[in-house]
Design a protein around this ligand. Structure first.
Ligand SMILES: Cc1cc2nc3c(=O)[nH]c(=O)nc-3n(C[C@H](O)[C@H](O)[C@H](O)COP(=O)(O)OP(=O)(O)OC[C@H]3O[C@@H](n4cnc5c(N)ncnc54)[C@H](O)[C@@H]3O)c2cc1C
Length: 401
């Protein structure tokens, strides 16, 4: 198979950059152009809600590669440049500054935060610039409300408690979620938040928000917002952060021929159309385990998909389906998850080393095979051992209907 001469990658973050680097690792010597609409060189997002928000890191510590390193790899990086359209047939990406022809295109444009219907202007967190703004606002806030019961809502509640703010965590559903583990860890997460002084308002619907301009509480330096809930109660806070999920950034692909039902639909190898692939949060690869197209919004998935796509572009190699792996740190507790989880089946505790204070639990499929494991403050070697025992077959967890 002959290698393509020009690869264009749209989205200059972990997924896009990893494709570019992996192409060079695979010996690809053609042109690589990495296009990103942020003003920064690629950086990694997990520290944004942890070390950056916590004030322990400066922005440069989240950077992945320097301009010199990218130059040395022969990767042309165009920052501050947005793709505005794609012509699949003509193999051309359009931007405000002209067209970029390609032999192979990789779409790695991630997601953007979904806006809350009654809090469209509230703070949220996706980019480095969001994180720096939020950090500054958190410095001035004594009472913080976080709307959203997923991992990122929990992480932001944790960061705000670390800064000694009073924190209200609001969720419309009655349970807290943890990525691909679903709500199987909800009870543990609730206990963890309560032990760290977070007030939880679950099964609570926010119906209105009123900006009171100046701080209602003179002890607070932030502007005040009154939140109104469906049960008629109200709450004054200095800062509201909404984290209610992400929307795939496919706006620029609207007039293309790609299937964009939820992200960029791809086959099980990441191909969306001839010469067009997608990786990372925006990509919905066909997942044989669930029997449907599915987006996985975790960093290691973006990396593994990127390596797989680079191998395919460089010399037609078919890589196995990445196994979901994700982690978080909430109130100092390290939580890792690997594999697939049946939301209907409770986790069962697995043995750990005698001296371990953490736990490891697992999820089995219909045939009794271990398909997913969660480490809760588990020593790395216990989690590693549990991971190694996971059966990484693509057999469905439960028969597809
Ligand atoms: C605050 C936060 C904390 C997280 N913590 C964890 C964690 O602890 N563990 C974990 O596994 N995962 C975590 N994640 C998820 C992880 O960061 C993502 O899975 C990962 O960033 C996905 O990478 P990506 O390259 O697919 O997309 P992104 O990182 O979103 O990058 C997409 C890039 O494309 C750019 N772009 C979009 N549209 C265009 C366009 N039209 N033209 C040009 N450029 C465009 C975007 O601006 C962006 O720079 C976290 C995410 C966030 C936001």
């Amino acid at each position: 198979m002959s290698s393509p001469a020009r690869v264009v990658i749209v989205g200059a973050s972990i997924g896009g950059l990893t494709v570019a680097e992996a192409l060079r690792d695979e010996g690809f010597d053609g042109e690589i152009t990495l296009l990103g609409d942020e003003p920064h060189l690629p950086y990694t997002r997990p520290p944004l809600s942890k070390q950056i928000l916590g004030g322990e890191w400066q922005p440069e510590q989240a950077a992945i590669r320097t301009a010199t390193e990218l130059d040395a790899l022969g990767i042309r990086v165009l920052t501050g440049r947005r793709a505005t359209g794609l012509d699949v047939g003509a193999r051309t990406v359009h931007t405000a500054d002209g067209a970029l022809p390609f032999d192979e295109l990789v779409i790695a444009t991630g997601t953007e935060p979904r806006r809350h219907p009654v809090l469209a202007e509230a703070a949220t967190l996706r980019t480095m610039d969001d994180a720096l703004r939020l950090r500054e606002r958190m410095d001035a806030a004594r009472r913080v409300a976080v709307i959203g019961s997923g991992i990122l809502g929990s992480e932001i509640a944790s960061a705000a408690r670390k800064r000694d703010a009073e924190v209200l965590l609001v969720g419309r559903s009655g349970l807290l979620g943890f990525g691909g583990v679903g709500t199987l860890l909800s009870a543990e997460l609730v206990r963890l938040h309560e032990a760290h002084g977070v007030e939880l308002a679950l099964r609570t619907e926010l119906v209105a928000a009123r900006d009171d301009g100046a701080a209602a509480d003179p002890a607070s330096a932030g502007g005040a917002t009154t939140l109104e809930f469906a049960d008629g109660t109200t709450r004054d806070v200095d800062l509201v952060v909404t984290m209610i999920g992400g929307t795939p950034r496919t706006d620029w692909l609207a007039s293309s021929t790609l299937d964009l039902a939820d992200g960029v639909a791809c086959d099980r190898l990441g191909t969306a159309a001839p010469g067009v692939s997608a990786v990372g949060d925006v990509a919905a690869w066909f997942d044989p385990v669930s029997g449907r197209h599915r987006r996985v919004e975790h960093q290691s998935n973006a990396i593994e998909q990127a390596i797989a796509v680079a191998g395919r572009i460089a010399h037609g190699a078919e890589a196995p389906q990445p196994v979901p792996l994700f982690w978080s740190e909430i109130h100092g507790t390290r939580i890792h998850a690997y594999g697939w989880f049946d939301p209907e089946r409770p986790l069962t505790e697995l043995p750990t080393t005698a001296e371990s204070a953490g736990t490891v639990s697992g999820s089995c499929d219909d045939a009794g095979a271990l398909r997913g494991v969660v480490g809760w403050n588990a020593p790395p070697r216990d989690f590693r051992a549990a991971r190694a025992a996971v059966v990484t077959t693509t057999r469905p967890l439960v028969p597809h209907s």
